[in-house]
Ligand binder design. Structure first.
Ligand code: CMP
Length: 147
């Protein structure tokens, strides 16, 4: 069977999403948009894990605040599946800065600031595979059509 390479993305429901008790609401929006959950867990990132995940932003002015924020409480990484997953998920969540996010997007609905922006989404198929492997082993990624 042909293996699709553009059908996975990583979401993280960030600590502000968890603290605001919005996990259910955000997962509902994600599922209603046609994404299938293939792996999900709740974790509290260590400083080293957060620095590893966001290594690409190391050296940027917001990096230290980003690590403090991402380690401030539990978050919920979710491996998602859908055709055109990366692009469609970024449309669903909206711009990084909620003030610039389109109406109806998750960040427009729930985010408070460019930092506390509720949810992360991978920015390319290549990064989606790398980011998913930060949180999930192959065994933990379930084929939702396989039951
Ligand atoms: P995310 O899509 O997870 O990628 C990097 C994160 O850094 C971003 O969401 C925000 O949570 C945070 N951040 C804080 N300030 C900025 C900024 N000025 N530009 C981009 N990201 C920022």
């Amino acid at each position: 069977m042909e293996r699709k390479l553009n059908n996975k993305t990583l979401a993280i429901l960030k600590p502000d999403c968890v603290k605001k008790n919005l996990i259910g609401k955000v997962v509902t929006l994600i599922q209603n948009a046609g994404f299938k959950v293939s792996a999900m867990k709740m974790v509290k990132l260590t400083s080293d894990a957060a620095k590893g995940f966001y290594a690409i932003h190391n050296g940027k002015p917001f990096f230290n605040d980003l690590i403090t924020y991402m380690t401030s409480g539990p978050c919920v990484p979710i491996a998602l599946e859908k055709d055109n997953a990366v692009e469609d998920f970024r449309k669903l969540i909206g711009a990084t800065d909620p003030a610039k996010a389109a109406e109806g997007t998750i960040r427009k609905l729930y985010a408070d600031s460019i930092q506390e922006n509720i949810v992360h989404g991978s920015d390319s198929d290549e990064n989606a595979a790398i980011e998913i492997s930060h949180f999930f082993s192959r065994k933990e990624i379930l084929d939702i059509n396989g039951f």
